[in-house]
Design a protein around this ligand. Sequence first.
Ligand SMILES: Cc1cc2nc3c(=O)[nH]c(=O)nc-3n(C[C@H](O)[C@H](O)[C@H](O)COP(=O)(O)O)c2cc1C
Length: 359
Amino acid sequence: MFSSYRMGAITLPNRIVMAPLTRRRAGAGFTATPMMAAHYALRASAGLIIAEATMVHRTSLGYPDSPGIWNEEQIQAWKLVTDAVHRENGRIFLQIWHVGRYSHPLMQENGALPVSASAVAIEGVINTPSGYKTHVIPRALETAEIPEVVAWYASAAANAIQAGFDGVELHGANSYLIHQFLEDGVNRRTDTYGGSIGNRSRFLFEVVEAVAAEAGASRTALRLSPSYIKNNMSDSDPVKLYSYVIDRLNDYKLAYLHLTEPVLPVDHLPQYLKKVAPYYRKIYKGTLMSCGGYTYDTARQTLEEGIADLIAFGTLYIANPDLVERFRRGAPLNTADKDTFYTGGEKGYMDYPLLNQPV
Ligand SMILES: Cc1cc2nc3c(=O)[nH]c(=O)nc-3n(C[C@H](O)[C@H](O)[C@H](O)COP(=O)(O)O)c2cc1C
């Protein structure tokens, strides 16, 4: 847990990573704020911080008050964050994101439909600025539009590097646009982006290549969630799909591959999907990061068994800015307050106590 790790262009002082965490506290124009800079700087002792999912384009809005990285104002605002983290000797990547169908006309300019691989809606409701609304059927991207969407990711990556991030993590997980292209429960396309596994992963690899060309492969990472079933995600043969994708990723020499373990009950899933890191460790030759439900003990065991090189913590990092120090001392941990995850403001964001410090 406390040994350093050489990851591409940078050295991490420990194996403890802050997972990307959407907190919906961005300012006007989808900009990072001084409060966000202070929040991340407090967590700079992490081996690596992965800053929250950040929109590559205005059409990516699915969570009000989340930040963006497509314009100059947003770049300047993120500089406050990266400077604050670097001043505290930290390292910070930015997770870049397009939500695809996880949006609603009420969050789009001119009430446009959200876009996806295919015109297949999520069942259920989405939280919009006007309250909970039923998901709409998204618009399938035209084949000719796809290069422009790939270019959004590339320019977001270039902007992130300009804003001082040490690298970018592509959000290929948790039901968003890249994931929507990968899995055939959503992707019903009949062009070169649909059908075979090679075709369904074409969008992902085009994005990986375009982003690596901007940021450098050693500063480009990818998050995947092979067992994620929320928001109606499904695939007819996930073992084959993710084995293919992860094997091919070996060619790219990325900073790391970040895999999330399932967080919902998974009794119905095949054994390999219940714990994905051991399975894919055998296929992936580069740096592997694992996230999902880890405690100090299970993280340490996973590292000792060589199943992962780095462990990311989500909920524990919400509540414990000094998680590394608490782990080191075996100190008690603060408990995260779910009610303030997405509510904006300082409460539940700036007020978790540090060790030996009053609130
Ligand atoms: C409040 C909250 C926000 C999250 N936001 C993101 C996000 O922006 N991007 C992402 O990939 N995962 C996101 N996640 C998932 C976490 O990164 C992590 O995978 C999950 O919390 C499981 O890890 P844990 O058991 O250590 O909390 C979020 C989770 C929570 C609780």
